[in-house]
Design a protein around this ligand. Structure first.
Ligand SMILES: [Zn+2]
Length: 321
């Protein structure tokens, strides 16, 4: 609801500007005040409200290039069409500004990327982002950029785990993510985008689980075609409980969905210690099962927000000061 209101305010501000004919003396002080308010809201992940504030700044000063820049960035997390319109306006207004030439080049690339991005399923639309929960997009964006999938739903092969409680844990991990991310179970590993590799040995002893991306290359109609898939392996030498297996697979599935980095917060499934095994991690004296029990077992809203932001942003970019 809030999002919708924000959008309406911007439209009103822009059309009001157009209707008023040749611009009167721009009230730059008022424009700057609204711009700063927008920046504050942007930093709190309140994108729809930030969009409204930047819209007011532009209403006061129709040539305010920086406001258009930040409006476009915030709009990516509200409405892609409006984001593209705002980037275009920024390009028009900033075209002759020598001090912004690099920003103009970046904005042009961003606009092109937005035009080529796939249509996202409903569950990943920005309206499902919960501002109060925030995200850790900035800590993972550099590693994760370009790792987004483009065809939905993703096909997931869970296979047969050596133990029943592991099978159940893996299934629950799938169920938890599929509430949010468009996933589909398939019966065969061939053609799956994400596969559980129960038979494959771990390449790294220190991890409870591991997620690896592969590209399968083959000739199709005389042309070389690459197909990407992710394999999740688990260290099966431990007596994982069902809950622990759910945590491990949930974490690795988060990597497979596109979050290639880690959260710094213990409440998220993508917290780095969920993966790092405790041989050397600084929880000396606490036995492994106790450590695992203290960790979350399913994706948090912050995890989900981060994924939504990753899929809706045309790459990471800082707002203007
Ligand atoms: Zn990890």
């Amino acid at each position: 609801m809030r999002q919708t209101q924000g959008v309406i305010v911007v439209v009103a501000a822009i059309s009001g500007m157009v209707l008023s004919g040749p611009p009167a003396q721009a009230d730059h002080a008022a424009a700057v005040a609204a711009y700063r308010e927008g920046n504050g809201l942007f930093d709190e992940d309140r994108f729809a409200e930030a969009v409204a504030a930047y819209g007011r700044a532009i209403g006061e000063d129709s040539q305010y290039a920086e406001a258009y820049h930040n409006l476009a960035l915030a709009s990516e997390m509200v409405d892609r069409q409006k984001a593209m319109a705002a980037w275009q306006r920024f390009l028009d207004i900033a075209a002759n500004r020598e001090d912004l030439k690099y920003d103009v080049a970046r904005a042009r690339a961003r606009l092109q990327l937005l035009e080529s991005m796939p249509r996202l399923p409903e569950a990943m639309q920005p309206s499902h982002y919960v501002p109060a929960a925030g995200d850790y997009y900035w800590t993972i964006s550099a590693e994760s950029e370009g790792e987004e999938w483009k065809d939905f739903p993703l096909k997931v092969f869970l296979g047969s785990a050596p133990q029943m409680q592991w099978q159940e844990g893996a299934r629950e991990a799938y169920d938890n993510w599929s509430k949010f991310f468009p996933l589909e179970l398939v019966a065969l590993p061939k053609g799956a985008d994400i596969r559980m590799g129960w038979d494959e040995s771990m390449s790294e002893e220190m991890h409870a689980g591991e997620e690896l991306d592969w590209v399968q290359v083959r000739y199709e109609g005389g042309r070389l075609k690459g197909r990407r898939y992710a394999v999740i392996t688990v260290d099966l030498s431990r007596r994982w409980s069902k809950d622990e297996m759910r945590a491990i697979v949930s974490h690795e599935m988060g990597h497979a969905l596109g979050i290639k980095g880690h959260s710094e917060s213990k409440g998220d499934i993508m917290f780095w210690q969920v993966q790092e095994r405790t041989y050397r991690v600084g929880v000396a004296g606490i036995p492994l099962p106790a450590f695992w029990r203290s960790l979350v077992k399913q994706p948090s809203q912050r995890d989900i927000n981060t994924l939504i932001r990753l899929y809706n942003s045309a790459g990471s970019s800082k707002r203007f000061r």
